[in-house]
Design a protein around this ligand. Sequence first.
Ligand code: ADP
Ligand code: MG
Length: 703
Amino acid sequence: MKNLDGFFKPASVAVIGASRTPGSLGKMFIESLLKYEFTGKIYPVNPKADVIDGLKCYPSVDALPDGTDMAVILVRKELAPGALEQCGEKGIKNVIVITAGFKEVGGEGIEREKKLIEIADRYRMQIVGPNCMGIINSDEKYSLNASFSPTAPERGGVAFISQSGALAVSILDFARDMHLGFSIFVSMGNKANLTDIDFVEYVAEDEATKVITMYQESVDNGAEFMDKIRRITKKKPVVVLKAGKTSAGQKAASSHTGALASSDNATQAMFDQSGILRVDTMQELCETALAFSTQPVPANDNICVITNSGGPGILATDAITKYGLQMAEISGETEKKFREIIPEDGSAHNPIDMLAAGDHNMYASCVEIALQDDNIGAVLVIIVRPPVDTTPKKIIEHIGGVIKKYPQKPVFLAVMTRHDEESGKDLAAEYSLPVFNFPEAAAKAIADMRRFVKWQNKPLGNVVTYEVDRDKVANIIKNAQEAEREHLTDAEVREVLTAYGFPMPRFAVSGSAAEAVAFQKELGSPVVLKIESPDILHKSDIGGVKVNLHSEEEITAAYEEIMQNALKVTTAERIEGIMVQEMVSGGREVALGTVKDPNYGPMIMFGLGGIFIEIFKDVVFRVAPITDAEADEMMESIKGYPILKGARGEKPVDFAKLREIMLRLSQLLTDFPQIMEMDVNPLLANPVAELTKAVDARIRIEV
Ligand code: ADP
Ligand code: MG
C-alpha cells in the first residue's frame, strides 16, 4: 500500500505557477488554500512576484525551504515536465500535476505524459494527475483544499475519488444542497502514476471516511484492483459510478461466449465478485453516499414507512419491493401502539398513514414506536407539506429529538417539498438525518446499504481443484501453436475435456454410413450424427447435426444429408468424418464458456444454452478463477434458474455436478492462459449427476 500522507496531511505545500492575476488558476489555487484555512505552510512559487495574497513568494523550486511535503504544478504544459524534474531534484516526493495537455489530447501529449512518468520513477516521486483538479482533505487538523474548486465541501464521512475533474467540481456544488459531507476528495486525472486502487486503499484506512465513492471511466490493472478491493469492501462500502457502459463490445467472435461478452459484462462481473455497489447515476451515487455517511446500516430488510399521505406511501411500497426489500409486517402489539396515536381513518398497517392530521407530535410518536420494534430494520418517513398546524421543519425537529435514543436503527426522510426555511432540510442535517426528495430514492439507498451488509456476511467460498492431466493439455496446445492452428480440432477439444474430467457421451468418428450404423448397434441407444471439420464451427447452422436417430434407415439418411450439406461449405479433404454420439435425453441445456478480457483475464460464462443462446442472452459472467460459492451464485442468478430448479413438476438438475464442471473449467483456464475463447454448449444438465454431459465444445487458443 502506498503512503499518501504527504498529499493529504502535508505540513507544507508549494504552488508552482502561483499567480497574482485575478481569475487565473494560479490565483484561485492560492485562494482555495487560504479560504479553507490550511493549517500548514503555503509556498507560492513565481519568479516574477515577491508576495502573493500576503504569502512570501519563492522565485524557483530550488529556492523552496527543504523538506517541503507536497508541490502542486500549475504551469503551462510545456513547462510541466521541467517543473516536476525540479521537484525531484529538490527532494519533494509528492506532486499534484494540475496541468492538462497530456495523454488525454493524444499525439505529443502521450509523449509528454511518458516523460512525467519517467521523471517520477527516476526520483521515486508519487504524482496525482496530470490533468486533474486536485485534492481535498476536510480533516480539521489539515483543512487542505488543494484544488481550484470554488466550493469547499462540508465535513463528513464520504470519500470521493473521481476520474473526471469536471464531475468532481459539480458534485461538490450539488453536495452542498444535499448536506453531503466529505472526508477526502481526489480528482485523479490521467492516473499516470497513482491510480484508483492507491487512493481507495488510502481512504479505506482513513478514520473519518465511512463510505468510499468513485466515478470511474476505466479501471487500471483490473485483476489487481479486484483482488485488493474485495478485501476493502468487507469493511467499508465502496460505491462506484462506472461510465462507458455501452461500449462496442467484442468484435468478430468465434464463440457464443465471445459474442455475448462485452466490456461491461467484465466490469459487472468484477463488481459483483468484489462487493462493489454499482450505481447508475451521479444522483444515486450521492444519495447512497448520504445514507451510508449519516445512518447505521439496517439490521434487516424490513422497512416501516410512516407517511401523512397515501400516494407517496404506495410509491414507497413499490420501490421497497422493487429494490428487494420488504414492507415490515407490523406485530399486533406495535399496531396497537400506532392505533392509539393515529386518526381513526388512518392506517396502522405498513405504510403507517396518519393522513393529513399528522402533526409533529404524531410523527415523533410514530417514529418512536417503529424504532422500538425489533422486527423493523429501518424507518422511512415521508413528509408532504402538511395542511395542519405544523411545518416539515417542526416535524423534523421533533423526530430529531426521538432518534437520539435509538442510535442503532436508521431513519431516512423523504421530504417532498421545496427547499425553503420551512422545509427543515437544513435542520435535518444537524441531526444527521438524510433527506431525499422522493421515497423511491430513499428506498434505493436503503437497499444499497442492505446489499453491503449481505456482502459482508457472505462467505467468499473456496477455489476447488481436481486431479487432472495437465501435461496432456499442455501438449495439445503446444502442438496446435506450433502448427499455428487457432482452433483446436474436435478431437483435440474432446481430449482436453477428458483430461480435465468433463463428462461426455460415448462417441465414435465414422467414415461411412455403415460404420455409423455399426457403432449405433454397439451402443444400443439412439444417436446423434455431427459433421466434423475444421471449417465448420457452428454445425447446426449448415445442417451438420441430426439428433435422435434410432434405425439403420434413419442413420443412413442422416449421414448422407449431413455430408451433402457439408460439401456445400467445404471440400471432402477437409471433412474428418461424421461423429456418432450417444443421444442424451432428459437434459436441460446450459452453456459454459470463457472469453479473455483484456483487463481482467479469463472470464467464465454460465447461462441457458443450446442453439438459441444468443437470442435469450440469459448468461452471467465472472472473472476466473471462481470459488464454489461463486459458481452457485452464478447458477442462481440467471433468469432461467427456475428451469434448472425444475418447473412444472420436473426434478431439479444436479447442481453439485454443474458446480463441479464449472470449477473444472475454472481450473483449466487458470492452468492455461493460452485459451482465448471456449464454449461448452450445450452442457446437458440432468437430475442425475452421471447423466450430466457436455455434448459440444470448441476452443480457440492464442497462436
Ligand atoms: P453446434 O453447436 O455446432 O450446432 P451441437 O453439437 O451443439 O452443434 O448440436 C446442436 C444441438 O443438438 C445442441 O444444442 C443440442 O440441442 C442437440 N444435441 C447435440 N448433441 C446431442 C446429444 N448427444 N444428445 C442430445 N442432444 C444433442
Ligand atoms: Mg453447440
